[in-house]
Ligand binder design. Structure first.
Ligand code: ZN
Length: 488
């Protein structure tokens, strides 16, 4: 009996809730709109009439500087703006502006002495009559007057393998800045306000919530969030934040399917450029020119032989900071990064090609301690746990296994094509360019310009061809690995 009575009580409760929610619109006062100008905010009361949100002309007059004059004989209302005169007739879903008839979504109504117009009177009639830009935002119940930066931010949460992708679309594209604050990722907009809409669903242990706080979108990370990788393209009005759990010990290449969908885009970074000449050979060949020439040859070979898209960080003699290079590569969602360099050493006998990957230990040690905080977060079911927050500079971390595998493959193919290798053919160094890269990434030192043989070979055609062929062969292998779902 206890069970039955509980069930019945449950039913009654459901019924009450349902009734209440249906009754709400009738009982509740319609909350006002806010009229936003570049330097003010004013409340605009609205009234529900026959299911349509209406505003009183008396309320609009002071905000828009309107002079109202009722023509009692004709039963019409004449509204004078700074530019034109609007004529309204009760019961008509239209307004006359300087002789032109503009339609409204609903009839103009009178209630005693007060005149009411539907909300779309503002963009449809007042805007052309006053020469002002007027936009209605239903989500935030706002009326935007003039040039207001108020983007709509649509955020979608998508499951990506073991992780979650938070993808934001910004309309219109508005500048923003992504940052990390403990267990939060923040996207702060250069705007008057933002409208946030949410879609999709996420595991709460990775992304606890996404919310707006003023002009900032706040992504609250869940207790299992460990790897956080942002990608942004402000010009295109887009950013994504990939959130993944800590890989289990012994697991290979952890977030194997975070955006990894085969090899489609190859990024080539021609080292140095512009004011940064890099190393120089005895007869004056500059590293920046050697790397660019090789990058162009490699691009052409990848496009023609593999049919893949190639992104170049530079295709001219440009001075480009390292972080800018990483940003280009990440924003273009490249699947692999090859950075080309040539070396120089004090001892002229030092020679050969060398492949570098990121050494995370060294890199972490060199970061200021504040950028690798351990954060204590509450855990579902009570208690807390401490997680290591991976700073964005370490986007490369989850890719290191794949980067090293790719480096080994490049070394094999270089050797097969008889490219002389350095005494230490592979090395791991705390390289800033690689640290920020979101994908498997290597830096290839093609040889030593300070060595006569290397410099001569690099100035000729054959060494370059061998290097390009070796890289194309390694990329062919990588494509096979990636299409099997591994390697990333
Ligand atoms: Zn270099």
């Amino acid at each position: 009996m206890l069970t039955a009575s509980r069930a019945i009580r449950g039913l009654i409760l459901v019924a009450l809730v349902t009734m209440a929610s249906h009754a709400m619109p009738l009982l509740a006062r319609q909350s006002p709109y806010t009229v936003v100008t570049p330097d003010s905010r004013k409340s605009l009361p609205v009234r529900m009439m026959n299911g349509v949100e209406m505003v009183a002309l008396d309320q609009l007059a002071p905000i828009f500087g309107l002079a109202l004059r009722e023509d009692t004989l004709a039963g019409a209302m004449s509204i004078t703006t700074s530019k034109q005169t609007i004529v309204l007739t009760p019961g008509q879903a239209a307004a006359s502006v300087g002789g032109r008839v503009l339609s409204l979504s609903s009839n103009v109504q009178r209630d005693g002495r007060a005149w009411f117009v539907p909300l779309d009177f503002l963009p449809r009639v007042l805007a052309p009559a006053t020469g002002q830009k007027i936009e209605i935002r239903a989500v935030s119940r706002s009326v935007l007057l003039g040039e207001i930066k108020w983007p709509q931010v649509s955020v979608r949460l998508e499951r990506q393998g073991a992780g979650v992708r938070v993808a934001a679309d910004i309309q219109p594209a508005t500048p923003f800045r992504l940052s990390r604050d403990g267990t939060k990722v923040l996207a702060k907009f250069d705007a008057t306000a933002i409208d946030l809409t949410l879609g999709g669903a996420a595991a709460a242990d990775l992304v606890a919530s996404v919310r707006a706080d003023g002009v900032t979108v706040v992504i609250d990370l869940g207790p299992a969030a460990s790897i956080v990788r942002p990608t942004e393209d402000a010009a295109a009005g887009h950013f994504t934040v990939d959130v993944a759990p800590t890989p289990r010990a012994g697991q290979e290449a952890p977030p194997a399917d975070l955006g990894g969908n085969g090899l489609k885009i190859v990024a080539i970074d021609a080292g140095h450029g512009g004011e940064e000449t890099g190393a120089k050979s005895a007869d004056g060949a500059a590293e920046k020119d050697v790397t660019l020439a090789l990058a162009r040859r490699l691009k052409a070979a990848i496009e023609s032989k593999l049919g893949l898209r190639v992104v170049m960080t530079r295709d001219g003699d440009d001075t480009l900071p390292l972080d800018r290079r990483t940003a280009i590569v990440n924003n273009n969602q490249a699947d692999v990064l090859i950075s080309l360099h040539a070396d120089a050493a004090f001892r002229p006998t030092v020679a050969g090609a060398q492949i570098l990957t990121l050494s995370p230990d060294d890199y972490q040690r060199r970061l200021p301690p504040t950028t690798t905080p351990a954060v204590t977060v509450p855990v579902a079911g009570g208690g807390t746990r401490t997680i290591d927050v991976v700073p964005w500079e370490l986007a490369q971390l989850p890719n290191i296994t794949a980067s090293t595998a790719f480096a080994t493959s490049v070394e094999q193919h270089l050797r097969e094509l008889r490219v002389p290798m350095h005494a230490r053919p592979q090395d791991a160094l705390p390289l800033r360019l690689l640290a920020g890269a979101n994908m498997p990434a290597i830096l290839l030192e093609v040889g030593f310009l300070s060595n006569g043989d290397d410099a001569a070979a690099l100035a000729g055609n054959d060494r370059g061809s061998a290097i390009v062929d070796a890289l194309v062969a390694a990329l062919t292998n990588l494509r096979t690995t990636m299409s099997r779902g591994g390697g990333r």
